[in-house]
Design a protein around this ligand. Structure first.
Ligand SMILES: [Zn+2]
Length: 127
């Protein structure tokens, strides 16, 4: 049992390190704007253009921000890949993912602590 418990403790230490790094990033978020970035390639108005014959030659990518306003889905044109608004929307997604990951790590630590605690409770009951 002790071997198993020490493996759980190792896992907890490992998770704490990952969590520490993640919290370090999350406490200094970059500028953000709420929404998710949608990438699109498009046909143009010129009938003679190659984009009408070959889908690989469609124009773009063009970026849109997809977000909700009063429960309704909305889109806003953001521009090319390098636009600061695209960056801000990406930063938001990175932040969201980081927060979700933090929650997962936290729950795993709590589960492991409970598991360790429960083995001690069982031992306590057997005596
Ligand atoms: Zn075209």
């Amino acid at each position: 049992m002790d071997k198993v418990i020490s493996r759980w403790r190792q896992r907890i230490s490992q998770l704490c390190k990952i969590r520490g790094r993640l919290e370090g990033q999350l406490m200094r978020p970059r500028p953000m704007r709420i929404g998710s970035v949608v990438k699109q390639y498009m046909f143009c108005g010129k009938a003679s253009c190659a984009c009408h014959r070959d889908p690989q030659k469609k124009h773009g990518p063009y970026y849109y921000l997809s977000y909700k306003e009063k429960g309704q889905s909305r889109y806003k044109y953001l521009g090319k890949a390098t636009s600061p608004e695209v960056e801000r929307a990406r930063n938001y997604q990175v932040f969201q993912r980081g927060m979700a990951q933090l929650g997962k790590i936290h729950r795993e630590i709590i589960d492991l602590l409970w598991t360790i605690g429960e083995t001690k409770m069982k031992e306590g009951n057997e005596e």
